[in-house]
Write a protein that binds this ligand. Structure first.
Ligand SMILES: Nc1ncnc2c1ncn2[C@@H]1O[C@H](COP(=O)(O)OP(=O)(O)OP(=O)(O)O)[C@@H](O)[C@H]1O
Length: 206
């Protein structure tokens, strides 16, 4: 999937969050969207995954020479973000099975492998509501990384993770992000140091 932005802007009411974004995101590359709290990183990410329309400009999604409508972009997407909820009533196994009704597993991965990756084999029947915030974050990341999608979008991927969790996340990046279009929203270098391309929201402030 390639995403091209021509003079893209988004405002809420009268306030422009960003304006004049001309940029192309290409399949197989990794990008970091940088900026301080409240600068507009998540807003731009939502525009990039088709869930929020830009207020101005031209946005195009293209896959293998074919134009993709914004409302169909979710088919190509794995997203992990603080504002995405897990289903607290589900057990770990139920959550994994539910997620993979909508997405395919990456080759070589299945439900047991996801529990192994999380190191939670013993908690397969535990309800998500009893997971710690770090365990929930790991689960969101594992579901995103293990889905066979062309685009991987991660908003603040290491929030609630300790140092060991950060290393675990970087292991997933190494193992499961090759060939994908990877976009990370972050203001912490350890989360995006591997990204070849950087885009700073402050460059697009009116
Ligand atoms: N639906 C909305 N209606 C009005 N204002 C909004 C809406 N969504 C976001 N904003 C505003 O847009 C600005 C950018 O928010 P956004 O969440 O994109 O920033 P961010 O860079 O991701 O922040 P953080 O690092 O804290 O997650 C903020 O001022 C926020 O209040």
């Amino acid at each position: 999937m390639n995403i091209s932005l021509q003079n893209i802007g988004r405002r809420f009411n009268r306030e422009w969050i960003f304006r004049g974004v001309d940029y192309t995101f290409e399949q197989g590359n990794s990008y970091a969207i940088l900026g301080s709290n409240g600068s507009g990183k998540s807003t731009l990410l939502q525009v990039l995954n088709g869930s929020l329309a830009p207020s101005t400009g031209k946005l195009a999604f293209e896959d293998g020479g074919k134009n993709i409508e914004p409302e169909n972009v979710f088919n190509y997407l794995s997203l992990a973000a603080p504002y995405l909820e897990l289903i607290e009533e589900f057990s770990l196994s139920e959550m994994i099975d539910f997620h993979f009704k909508f997405k395919s597993y990456k080759p070589g991965v299945d439900r047991a492998a996801v529990a192994d990756i999380l190191n939670l084999q013993g908690s397969r029947n535990k309800a998500i509501r009893y997971f710690s915030s770090g365990m929930k974050q790991r689960l969101k990341l594992a579901l995103a990384f293990c889905s066979d999608t062309k685009m991987l979008m991660l908003d603040e991927p290491t929030s609630n993770l300790d140092n060991q969790g950060i290393d675990w996340y970087l292991g997933l990046v190494e193992k499961y992000s090759a060939g994908r279009l990877t976009i990370i929203c972050s203001n912490q270098e350890h989360e995006y140091a591997f990204c070849e391309n950087r885009l700073s929201i402050t460059d697009y402030k009116p």
